[in-house]
Structure formats: C-alpha cells, structure tokens
Design a binder for this molecule. Structure first.
Ligand code: SF4
Length: 336
C-alpha cells in the first residue's frame, strides 16, 4: 500500500494485481515480510478500551477488563489440508521476546493487562517462552493472556512457564479424535500427542480450548464417534469450531471440493462469506452432531482453575455488549 500510494509504477511493485488497458496483470511474488520489520501498530489511533473478550473472565476475584489481540509471529510450521495460514504467511518466523514485550508494555502502561496472543503458534521454541516470561518479570508487568498453538509444541515445561507468565487458556487445534482423519488432514500430530498436550495444559492450571472440525472430507460416523470419545477423555473447558469444514481458497481441501464439483471459484462472486463442506455430512447432520456435543459439554468436568467463568454473568455481559453495539436491546435474544 505504501508503494502504491507513493506513486511507484505498478509494474515495479511485487505481489499485486492491477488493470492496464482493460487487461488484468500480475507482478512477481513478493518476499514474505519479516515481522520484526513491522512497527508496533498505531494503537493510539483507536479506543483500546472498547475491545472486549467474548466472555467475562474473573481471576483472583477480579474481573478482567478489555482484551487486545497481539502477535509475536507469522506463519506456521504445519501445513494442514484445510488451513490457509501456512501458505498465505509462508514460513514461520517470530520477533524477539524483548520486542514483543515492548508492545505489551506500551499497552500495559495504558491500562491493558488482558491479551489474546493470537499467533498460530507463539510457543514454537521453549527459549522464546522462557525469554518472554523473564522479560515480563524483569519489567514487573503482570498480565493475563490466552494463546493458540499446535499440540506438538506444548510440553509440561512450556505449559508451566506460560502459566507463570499469566496464561489462563490455551487454544489447541486438535481437529479430530481419529488418527485416520489427522493423517488425512496432514496434521502431522498423533491422537496421543493431543491427549498429552491437553494434560500438560491442565496440569499447569490453564483451561483447554479445543478447536475441532466435524465433517472433514474423509470423516465418517466412526471417526466422528472417535472425536466425541476424544473430547470425553480430555474434557476441554471449551469446545469450539464444530461447525464443519470451512473451505478456504487455495487449500488442499478446497482443491478437493472443486474437483468434486462442490464449489467453484465463482462462489466468491456471490454474497455468502464462506462455504462449509457438506458432502461427507449434510448441514442437518452436522448441526445434530454439534447439538449432541453441546449437550455433552454439560457433563464435562471443569476441574481446576484459578479462574471462574461466570456463566450467568456471561449472558448479561453479552446482552450488554449487543445492546451497546446495536444501540437497542436485541429483539428475541436473552429473554428475561
Ligand atoms: S491448522 Fe494450525 S497447525 Fe495446521 S497449518 Fe494451520 S495454523 Fe498451522
């Protein structure tokens, strides 16, 4: 954008498409940006206190305030069949722990102590996690945060260090309880590794947030049962992403669905924002499975935690947010 706005000749700007004389032209691929070359976002241009967590989190009897998303890395070491991260962002790379804490410190001084470290995998190296934790301690910064990561990167040591640094929840892309499906996805992770990761997170005193896919191309009733049994075994505090396989352009699963005739590139010219794969299972079947898993959640134990999620308050909190956003009470929602 900077190069375009500076008036540079479009043909000399790598990584763009442009029109010339009625023709659509593409310039050569642009080298991936190193995150260390990107300045800290201009947080001062927005009202940072307006950004909230989707639930009310109470830790040490204190309700956490606004939550901001920050990033320490780009890319991923995985290459899963449904995911666009690894080919959009290319190879995984990370800024230094000190540079990352600079941004957190800046926000901390402005009153923010609640973060979602939204990298696809912030914890690829133990050294980074240790340096991050030490840097927070050295600067006397006390924050609360959640992260997302691959299961094969969580070890008991890393989990313990994260907890010490203020982490209360770890989002893990377990995806499936079936080894056959994990292999078909190219996840390069075993069910055992997933179980060990969940154990490590919980042993350290954090919540497990399970990211799952139901209705993958190769899913059948047996693999879905394996997924349900897996969830029963690991008892995650939160189960998310049960809405089916979202087809992201360019991914291997998208190419597969195109070959099957389930989707074409013209889909993106329409009004729908996304498409869920419903060949292996219909929308109704996916919805039934989701309903069943939602009910299972009621029997999942919520052992541990130094945090309490106040469910009653969560509804009120969401209602207030909706009212604030819409400028009126949402009709038909949260009756009573
Ligand atoms: S699903 Fe997760 S592990 Fe797989 S490529 Fe995407 S970000 Fe990486």
């Amino acid at each position: 954008m900077v190069e375009i706005l500076s008036g540079k000749d479009l043909k000399d700007i790598p990584g763009i498409w442009y029109r010339k004389g009625g023709k659509l032209l593409k310039t050569p691929q642009r080298a991936p940006l190193e995150p260390s070359a990107i300045p800290i976002p201009a947080w001062d241009l927005i009202d940072i206190t307006a950004y909230r967590s989707y639930e009310e989190i109470v830790i040490d009897k204190r309700t956490l305030g606004p939550m901001l998303a920050v990033y320490s890395s780009r890319g991923c070491t995985g290459s899963c069949s449904f995911c666009s991260t690894w080919w959009v962002w290319k190879h995984w790379r990370q800024i230094s722990a000190a540079r990352f804490v600079d941004e957190i410190e800046y926000l901390y001084e402005k009153g923010i102590d609640h973060f979602f470290i939204a990298d696809d995998s912030m914890i690829n190296t133990c050294q980074f996690v240790e340096a991050f934790s030490a840097e927070l301690q050295r600067r006397n910064i006390q924050i609360y945060f959640k992260i997302a990561c691959r299961a094969d990167k969580i070890t008991p040591t890393i989990a313990h260090t994260l907890k010490q640094a203020g982490c209360y929840e770890v989002h893990i892309g377990f995806e499936s309880g079936s080894q056959r499906i994990l292999d078909a996805m190219g996840k390069k992770i075993t069910v055992d590794q997933n179980v060990r990761a969940a154990d490590a997170v919980r042993q350290a005193g954090m919540r497990v947030y399970a990211l799952m896919i139901i209705g993958h191309i190769h899913d059948d009733i047996n693999s879905i049962n394996e997924t349900i049994n897996f969830l029963k075994m690991i008892k995650p505090e939160v189960v998310a992403s049960m809405n089916g396989l979202m087809l992201l352009p360019g991914t291997r699963d998208y190419q597969h669905a195109k070959r099957e005739g389930f989707i074409s590139d013209d889909f993106w010219l329409g009004k729908e924002p996304y498409k869920i794969y419903t060949v292996a299972f219909s929308e109704q079947e996916l919805s039934d499975v989701r309903y069943m898993i939602d009910n299972q959640k009621k029997i999942l134990s919520r052992r541990l935690l130094p945090i309490q999620v106040q469910v009653g308050k969560k509804l009120r909190f969401l209602k207030e947010r909706m009212t604030g956003l819409l400028g009126r009470k949402p009709a038909g929602l949260y009756r009573g």
